[in-house]
Design a protein around this ligand. Sequence first.
Ligand SMILES: Cc1ncc(COP(=O)(O)O)c(C=O)c1O
Length: 380
Amino acid sequence: MKFDTKVVRATIEPDPTTGAIVPPIYQTATYVLPKVGESKGYDYTRSSNPTRAQLESVLAALEGVSYATAFSSGLAAVDAMMKLFKPGDHIVSSDDVYGGVSRLFNDILTEYGLTFTYVDSSFPEQVEAAVKPETKMIWIESPTNPLLKVTDLDAVNKIAKKHNVLFGIDATFATPALLRSVDFGADIIIHSTTKYISGHNQIIGGAVLTDNEEIHKKMKWIQKSLGAVPSPFDCWLTLLGVRTLSLRMERHSKNAMQVATFLENHPKISSVSYPGLESHPRHEVAKAQMSDFGGMISFELKGGIPAGIALLNNVKLCALAESLGAVETMITHPATMTHADVPKADREARGLTDGLARLSVGIEDVEDIIEDLKNALEKV
Ligand SMILES: Cc1ncc(COP(=O)(O)O)c(C=O)c1O
């Protein structure tokens, strides 16, 4: 079955009792047991639920792996994955990761004895140089939030295998529609399903995917033990959203390419980062490893912070909002919004300036999106 068919049909069968083409929601906390010690496969929804199981099997099928575990947010998925490690373990991580992931790593997990080294993973040699005897995982976000840095996943996979450490990828920006992380040797793949996978700003969710049975067994146990599970209704809404993933990613990518080109040629913009532009330093890598470039763009205005703020306050169609990956175009100021908790010095070290704006290009008519940006830029 081809990917675009899988997105619509994979593992989703009509309800056997009624034939309903949209499977029902099992919105239940518990299950009546036939007898002590017997069950019909379910005993309590924190442990398992048929709607969540359906979502997990769809996500695994799309990713091309055997196993998925769903969580109540992308961050809960990252946190659950990090429970695979013990005090003293070391992680090499991309420097430009989502601000909430930086906060989790630096402010919480270091308190539990994990250590992190951040590198610009678009230079694989920096990744290798950071590996130590106690390193247990190389953690890559690609493309990154918010700078859209792209990592050569083949090169990093070779480093991970050489040093016998796990290779984890946060592929939230790319989605399995544009990037087959497992083909690049990823042992663990994370998605914030809040974003493109659900696609309509309707839920908060996350997932951990793997082909490794041992990791999966641990993830299931961690899922049940931590309890950060998504509600059956959220799983059902995600299942509805994901069916249009291929179509949406095609349109997001097409629109973003035109918006990025418009921004790159605008006299008030000093720089644009979009993997689809030839000016992107890893454009060739992105072209080789992704089937398209996605809907995320970041850019800087010539007038720095005041200009950035003026732009964000003057857009009308583009929603000034946290989050990304939904049908509506959204614009964000990372320094005061998504990455506000990352200390300014750390933000600057990774190239995230106060004047940076991040755009999640939606699936509206691209002429309207460009018109909105053009009008707002006139007021800057
Ligand atoms: C790349 C990336 N990973 C993880 C997360 C966390 O996901 P959530 O907001 O669903 O907890 C985000 C959120 O923006 C993200 O952009």
